[in-house]
Design a binder for this molecule. Structure first.
Ligand SMILES: Cc1ncc(COP(=O)(O)O)c(C=O)c1O
Length: 438
């Protein structure tokens, strides 16, 4: 195996003597036989190392900091439990994510509820669970949270999401800090100032802090630096005249290496840039240092996850291309179709084969755009081979669908040579469980 591949596989991955890929001490070819494919395999220590690195790198530089796991990257009860054990708070964006966190008794004060259009029901459920903070995203929502908190005769803590007007230079579908976005209150239009005053006038809301999120994945430091400095500059007169900003969050969006050709900056670089920009800005305007919250999602779980598929049909168009079809695709990983995301592909049972050919790896869904990797060099594939796609742990299963009525894959956690199912494969009965028929 190309040693560069080890940088994008879960930590501790290796090649077995038989040329099979080993993840978490388990032969993935055996895992695919035991649990079936498509299969998502998460290696536990990679998640732990990433979470601990975020906590350490930030707290080393800014002691009053807290890491919140952005659960949209992937959450289920096992991952929620692991997040609690790792001392992470959690960022949720729906009643569903709240329900999963609550199923593991996630400490309510560690839950931050984001999203640009939370419903009355979601807000009510979250207040009843006691969620620590809402990150308010619209005038409509400020009014709604205030009303619901008033009904319950309580004061609800809220942060405010700003859009700082800074481009994170990521895909146009995942940029969120610019003016033309559905997220947050723009500083430029005056809405941010209006929203702060608005919340301060709400009897049942306590404005504890400010949040922004520039998009994802962000490979550069400059957008964080510029955004923090300009947001603190905007806030400083308000802080000096009574706004008690206890929390400050520059969001998540920290990049991961999907291919060994484009590795991400180190966590320490993000931590250094963010901490320094915050400290220097607070010093410049002589305002107290707030608690720093960061919200990594992708960077906690992406590298821990490997998607496994079985090769089925192979079609060659002479002089043009060879198509290798696998038994999953856009239903369990929509990212290539949605964002043109690039992945590397491994034939997990042929790691010692050196003869390679260029192929297109496609899924089984009825869409021409169901392409997992448009052009990759692979050992000569045969039906029955096991394909592994590294760095599949984030926004794969969490964005998965039942398109073409394919059951969603099973998810397995591996560690020290042991594997356990953390989500069973869906059945056909699962596909019909909401349907009503005579
Ligand atoms: C508000 C907020 N915080 C954090 C994240 C996590 O981003 P990532 O998974 O890239 O770290 C997102 C992603 O959409 C987000 O919207």
């Amino acid at each position: 195996m190309d040693s560069k591949l080890l940088n994008i596989l879960p930590m501790g991955s290796a090649i077995g003597a038989n040329g099979h890929l080993i993840v978490g001490g388990c032969d993935v070819v055996e895992l695919s036989a035991k649990y079936g494919t498509p299969l998502y395999v998460y290696e536990e220590s990679t998640i732990q190392v990433m979470a601990e690195s975020f906590t350490q790198e930030f707290s080393k530089r800014y002691s009053n900091s807290r890491v919140l796991y952005a659960s949209k990257a992937y959450i289920n009860p096992a991952i929620a439990k692991l997040s609690i054990q790792l001392g992470l708070g959690i960022d949720i964006v729906s009643g569903g994510e709240l329900a999963v966190a609550a199923s593991m008794d996630f400490p309510p004060e560690d839950i931050f509820f984001h999203g640009n259009n939370k419903s009355r029901i979601e807000i009510s459920e979250a207040i009843d669970y006691g969620v620590g903070q809402f990150v308010a995203d619209s005038f409509y929502e400020i009014k709604l949270i205030n009303e619901i908190a008033a009904d319950r005769n309580q004061i609800q803590k809220v942060m405010l999401r700003l859009s700082p007007g800074i481009d994170g230079h990521t895909h146009k579908k995942t940029t969120t800090g610019i003016l033309d976005t559905k997220f947050g209150f723009s500083i430029e239009t005056g809405d941010a100032l209006k929203a702060i005053k608005n919340i301060q006038n709400c009897e049942n809301l306590d404005l504890t802090g400010i949040h922004f999120h520039l998009g994802s994945p962000i490979f550069e430091m400059e957008p964080y630096d510029l955004a923090i400095r300009s947001v603190i500059e905007f806030l400083s007169p308000l802080i000096k005249t009574g706004f008690d900003m206890r929390d400050f969050s520059p969001g998540g969006g920290f990049a991961v290496g999907y291919t060994s050709e484009k590795l991400p900056p180190k966590i320490s670089e993000y931590a250094e840039t963010i901490s320094r920009a915050l400290v220097e800005s607070c010093d410049k305007f002589d305002i107290p240092y707030p608690r720093l919250l960061v919200e990594p999602g992708r960077s906690i779980v992406a590298r821990a996850g490997v998607a496994l598929y079985t090769v089925g049909a192979i079609k060659e168009i002479p002089g043009l291309r060879k198509y290798v079809s696998v038994d999953g695709g856009m239903g369990d990983n929509i990212r290539p179709a949605l964002y043109d995301s690039k992945y590397e592909v491994i034939v997990a049972n042929k790691l010692n084969d050196n003869d390679k050919e260029s192929v297109r790896v496609v899924g089984k869904y009825c869409e021409t755009g169901d392409i997992l990797a448009p052009k990759v060099d692979l050992p000569i594939c045969s039906s029955g081979d096991v394909i592994a796609i590294p760095v599949s742990g984030a926004y794969g299963m969490s964005m998965s669908s039942n398109y073409n009525l394919n059951p969603r894959p099973a998810v397995v956690m591996v560690s020290n040579g042991k594997s356990k199912i953390i989500r069973r494969r869906e059945t056909y009965a699962d596909l019909m469980r909401c349907d009503q028929f005579e």
